[in-house]
Design a protein around this ligand. Structure first.
Ligand code: AP5
Ligand code: MG
Length: 214
């Protein structure tokens, strides 16, 4: 089963994708995570993407589609993919169709996380992740069980994203409204879109997604 999690910055795409990985053995394909890894490693892609991401704008369609294609090539055919933060433009949506077809795959569900944008700024500015394993946390909504220790791997170092400040978040939201939200009708026409209340608790959102995936 291949699915897209769609929603603005801070909607909970990464949080829910990590849970689906753990509970269903699916694989999270986050272009944001791939780009951050490229920036950290200083690859040519990372060098191109760094400043664009810090401004909160979108990197080029070609770059992200190539990243997705490479990941799918490396992945087993029987493992379901969770597209997180991709596609983000009409051109990326068209590329995804071609890439999936070339791998003998197709989309089963597009799940839109519906959220109140004003509340998202608090979510994003409070976010931090484990520096070792990437598990996600939040200052208010999801602290590690033992303060300063990662629930998943026991790591004690955490990090925050450079684009998680209020000004950049506003640009990221504007990009979502202008370029990403308009791709939803493509999937609505195919009858594969479901909507989930992304303002509910993390567990409730997981339950609603479970009900859709069956
Ligand atoms: P990306 O990494 O994809 O960032 P984003 O879309 O802005 O989304 P976020 O990761 O900020 O939010 P999320 O929905 O994953 O929320 P999370 O689960 O962490 O992209 C970053 C940048 O890379 C882009 O700006 C662009 O430059 C570039 N890029 C990436 N993909 C691209 C593409 N395809 N094309 C072009 N450029 C691309 O949750 C947020 C916080 O809230 C967490 O702390 C979490 O614990 C908490 N939380 C989650 N759910 C709940 C809940 N239900 N209740 C309370 N708290 C919650
Ligand atoms: Mg994310």
């Amino acid at each position: 089963m291949d699915i897209i999690l769609l929603g603005p910055p801070g909607a909970g795409k990464g949080t829910q994708a990590q849970r689906l990985e753990q509970q269903r053995g699916m694989r999270q394909l986050s272009t944001g995570d791939m780009l951050r890894a490229a920036v950290k490693a200083g690859t040519p892609v990372g060098l191109k993407a760094k400043a664009v991401m810090e401004r909160g704008e979108l990197v080029s369609d070609e770059i992200v589609s190539e990243l997705i294609d490479a990941e799918l090539t490396a992945m087993g055919a029987s493992t379901g993919a969770i597209f997180d933060g991709y596609p983000r433009t009409a051109a990326q949506a068209a590329s995804l169709d071609e890439i999936l077809a070339s791998h003998g795959r197709s989309l089963d569900h597009v799940i839109e996380l519906e959220v109140d944008e004003d509340a998202l700024v608090e979510r994003i500015t409070g976010r931090f992740t484990c520096a070792s394993c990437g598990a996600g946390y939040h200052d208010t909504f999801k602290q590690p069980v033992v303060e300063g220790v990662c629930d998943s791997c026991g790591g004690t170092e955490f990090k925050r994203r450079p684009d998680d400040n209020e000004e950049t978040v506003r640009t990221r939201m504007a990009e979502y409204r202008a370029k990403t939200a308009p791709i939803l009708p493509i999937y609505e026409e195919r009858g594969i879109v479901s909507r989930v209340d992304g303002m509910a608790s993390i567990d409730e959102v997981t339950g609603a997604i479970d009900a859709i995936l069956g």
